[in-house]
Design a protein around this ligand. Structure first.
Ligand code: FES
Length: 109
């Protein structure tokens, strides 16, 4: 088991330091759901298919992240509350390089 620590700010502004496994093929959206940091049905609505943007988050640290796919770019171009550092959580796999990642959940839309 290799866990990393993540900082996640929920939609009410509460900050959580949580541990996420790097060996379970999970993504950030699934971690947020696992820890119930957002109410059921408000995050991960499409199940990580890049079709809903409910998993949008703002990445506040400088970690190396995978490039956005065309699908992610397209989804974010239609989403609300998008900022420079917006990403879709379901497109961020949990890897050892993300130790200390600092993200904030975007408002529900
Ligand atoms: S869960 Fe729907 S786009 Fe990420």
């Amino acid at each position: 088991m290799a866990d990393i620590k993540l900082q996640i700010v929920d939609r009410e502004g509460g900050r959580h330091e949580i541990e996420a496994p790097t060996d379970m093929n999970m993504n950030l959206m699934e971690i947020v759901r696992t820890y119930e940091l957002a109410p059921e049905g408000t995050i991960g609505v499409c199940g990580g298919m890049v079709m809903c943007a409910s998993c949008q988050c703002y990445v506040n640290s400088n970690h190396p992240l995978p490039e956005k796919t065309d699908e992610e770019e397209a989804m974010l171009s239609e989403a609300f509350y998008v900022k420079e550092n917006s990403r879709l959580g379901c497109q961020i796999p949990i890897t050892a390089e993300l130790e200390g990642l600092d993200v904030e959940l975007a408002p529900e839309s």
